[in-house]
Design a protein around this ligand. Sequence first.
Ligand code: CP
Length: 309
Amino acid sequence: MDQISVQHLLGIKDLNKKDIDLIFSAADNFKEVINRPIKKVPSLRDITVANLFFENSTRTKLSFELAQKRLSADIINFSSGSSSVKKGETLIDTVNNILAMKVDMVVMRHPNAGAAKFLSENVNAVIVNAGDGAHEHPTQALLDAFSIREKLGEVKGKKVVIIGDILHSRVALSNIFCLKKLGAEVMVCGPATLIPKFIGELGVKVEHDLMKALQWCDVANMLRIQFERQDTKFFPSVREYIMMYGLNKEKLDQLKKNIVIMHPGPINRGVELSSDVADSEHSIILEQVENGVAVRMAVMYLLASKLKR
Ligand code: CP
């Protein structure tokens, strides 16, 4: 069996194209499995996974948990809000106490960039990054690229624009790494204040005019404004942002061509996307969610296959 080149999934930056192809190939198989009447396989039997969420999540948390159940893993769940973190316990102490219960793999979401890497260097378990601050969200990027491949046949050569709050987005950074490794052309679009100055060094185009960006692309990945990560104002008003960068049916109709609309969720309906676009036939938002389970099964299966048992 071909093996993934990494011991942990900390970020897309660490993967090579062969790793991503391997994940997609395993996800193809798992997608077929989860559409069968009997959706469970024994691939992670006797593997114990801890899901540690130090930040809110709906999709990622449920998707990882369902993926683990489909793979027959034993699971423990931890949410920082109801834990002894509130009494001052450190990340390392928290995780080492959980590992003392003989845990093989940790899936962690944390508000601080670098938290997953820190854990991988300090505890003896496979670490899967479920989003660390504004740094990376690798499984989101993998499921996004997998969904583009499913919709358009391949990712190579496709033009993908990521629109909105690039500055605070771990989804944007992981998507850029993943799409570039797979041979897509990538553009970012948004107000200058929400696009980091280093972005050109990643080999992406920058466009501030939404209609020009939409005319250029095959796929538009709309991002949420992350108000919770903003301690200052990055644009004059939400109303102005909607006028300049919100996507609605009127703007889509002006294009006179079909584009694929994506969003990682949660959507701010009426801000970055109007409901008639989010729920239109152009949108693959719920396909992204469905593919998340198969892609996360693939990631955990490939990492677990490297565990010495
Ligand atoms: N896309 C995503 O990470 O959503 P959640 O924050 O709900 O997990």
